[in-house]
Design a binder for this molecule. Sequence first.
Ligand code: CUA
Length: 160
Amino acid sequence: MEIHAYEKLWLALALVLIVGFIGTITYGAAGAGIDMIDDKGGTVDPATLDQHPKFGDPGIERTGENSYDVYVVARQFVFEPGTTQPLRVPAGSTVTFHVTAADVIHGFEVVGTNANTMAIPGQVSEFTVEFGEPGEYGLLCNEYCGSGHHVMEGQIVVME
Ligand code: CUA
C-alpha cells in the first residue's frame, strides 16, 4: 500500500503539533525565561503573621550566589511585596517563593508563565522559579477574594 505524499506531509505535521503541545505543557514557561522546578508547602499561623520572622516583614532574601528566597503575603487587595512597589529579582537567579495569605484565599500568578499558586491562609505555597533574561512580569490574583479582586495585581522586575 502506498501513502500519498500529501498524506505523509500532514501526518508529519500532526506529529510535530502533538510533540509541540506536550512540550508546551512540560516546558510551558521556557519561552518566557522561567522554569518551574518543584512545588511543596508548609504551615503558618495567619493570626500572628505580623510577628512571623519572615512573613512579618515579607520581601527578598539572598540565600546563595544566585539564589534567593522571596516571602509574599497576599491580602485584600495587595501582594506584599509586589503591589505598592515591584518585586525586584536579578536576572539569572533562582528564586524560591514562599506565598501565604493573611485573610482569605488569593491567587499568585506570574503572568505569562506557569508560576502560579493559590495563597491560602495558614498554608505556605513554596515553588522555585529560574529567572533568565531581564524583563517585567505582571502579578495577579486569580482567586476571587472580594470586591477588589479585579484590581489585585503587582509586578516582578527581573533586573539586568
Ligand atoms: Cu486576591 Cu483575588
